[in-house]
Design a protein around this ligand. Structure first.
Ligand code: FAD
Ligand code: EPU
Length: 339
């Protein structure tokens, strides 16, 4: 196992932030992780597990971490029954690659999650979601190594405590585990999910007469590429904030002042608002503060206009947060992991 001191992470985070790790190593087996955790030299150094680097913002010029990039490969069918297949993927597998594998084999359930950047192992961290589907809908279980006790644990969906862009790994167990594999339970007779309005419109535009996993996957890719900036062109980490949930009473009060407020009623009686709309109403869309900016097509996405430092992006996020709080009395929560 090669360990590099003072290693640049510039090309390992989609925000394109130039920061360096005290130590860095890439690991592609569970044994490799265990060996690394046994190393006396690195015992007292905090560990940061890295996937595709598409949901973090590095705010310091130097990270006092041993950064371990999880490259564990492999996609295999572990069992099947009449209606389902159980697919286990190594944490280092590219997520969209896994989606394409499932579409190609006609295994249904994750096609709406096409083109989400990053690796499979990070999926459960925030219960990735898009276009009416979340990881939790097909999640079966995951395997993870406890960083301190070096013990292998298995978590089922309930133990992961999934919520909207949330899991136990972002809360109580934050920083404690290395997810090594994820198993999904997929449908052999796919049920197509086109409830999210934009998908139906895109399928019509594509002239699709007969639904298929492939068509839905393609429709989702088309929608995503039309509004989300490609990190290869402009640094970003997708939605920077979560969409806030408020009580119906607060919603009614706000609606009298902002009748066009974009909203989604929830089953629990609360209302979810579109943070992108709130931010746009505060005048931020397309605005920049130095090298940090708010994307011109999607106000929920903060971007690196060039050589932004993580701190600049963070400061802009604070300004956005403050103005939304001032105008709407709503405190946005960051989705991106701040390191
Ligand atoms: P990283 O950014 O490397 O890591 C994210 C967090 O997970 C970090 O805290 C890291 O320490 C931890 N982590 C990573 N791997 C492991 C592991 N194996 N074990 C333990 N901890 C780990 N997200 C959505 O949910 N829906 C979207 O539609 C969506 N769209 C996006 C669009 C764009 C253009 C971009 C850039 C991002 C988008 N995201 C979206 C966010 C991001 O793609 C997901 O959060 C993704 O799951 C992050 O994967 P990653 O491998 O890049 O994780
Ligand atoms: N909107 C605006 N102005 C903007 C952006 C959005 O008014 O600048 C309004 C529009 O009315 C639009 C609505 O907000 O109809 C919702 O926008 P969009 O469909 O683009 O979705 P979103 O709420 O901004 C969420 C997720 C995305 C996910 C999409 C599709 C969060 C935080 N974001 O974005 O996830 O891909 O829905 O399901 O929940 C991510 O998590 O990184 C991410 C990209």
């Amino acid at each position: 196992m090669k360990v590099f001191p003072n290693y640049s992470l510039l090309h390992l985070n989609t925000f394109g932030i130039d920061t360096s790790a005290l130590y860095f190593s890439e690991i592609d087996t569970e044994e490799g992780f265990l060996e690394m955790l046994e190393e006396k030299k690195y015992k007292d150094i905090p560990k940061l597990i890295l996937g595709g680097g598409s949901n973090l913002l590095f705010t310091k010029a130097k990270l006092e971490y041993l950064v371990l990039k999880n490259n564990i490969p492999g996609i295999r069918k572990i069992r099947e029954d009449q209606d389902h297949v159980y697919i286990c993927a190594g944490a280092g597998e590219n997520w969209h690659g896994l989606v394409q594998y499932c579409i190609a084999h006609n295994y249904g359930g994750i096609e709406n999650l096409s083109l989400i950047p990053g690796n499979t192992g990070a999926g459960p961290m925030q219960n990735i979601g898009a276009y009416g589907v979340e990881l939790k809908d097909t999640f079966y279980e995951l395997e993870a190594l406890h960083i301190h006790d070096k013990r292998k644990d298995i978590f089922n969906a309930e133990q992961c405590r999934f919520g909207y862009r949330e899991s136990v790994f972002k809360k109580e167990l934050k920083g404690q585990y290395i997810i090594t594999s994820v198993t999904l339970r997929l449908d052999k007779k796919p049920k197509f999910n086109t409830a999210y309005g934009a998908i139906g419109q895109e399928l019509d535009k594509m002239g699709i007469k007969e639904l298929s996993l492939e068509a839905i996957g393609k429709a989702v890719c088309n929608i995503r590429t039309s509004k989300l900036p490609d990190p290869a062109q402009i640094g970003n980490a997708g939605s920077f904030f979560k969409n806030p949930e408020i009580t119906v009473q607060k919603f009614q009060t706000l609606l009298t002042r902002f009748p066009s407020m974009v909203n989604y009623p929830l089953a629990n009686g609360n209302v979810k608002l579109a943070a992108g709309w709130l931010i746009e109403q505060c005048g931020w869309k397309g605005k920049s503060a130095g090298n940090a900016g708010v994307h011109s097509l999607q106000a929920l996405v903060l971007v690196n206009n060039g050589k932004a430092r993580g701190e600049e992006i963070y400061n802009l996020s604070q300004q956005v947060l403050d103005s939304v709080q001032e105008k709407f009395d709503i405190l946005l929560e960051r989705e991106v992991n701040i390191i």
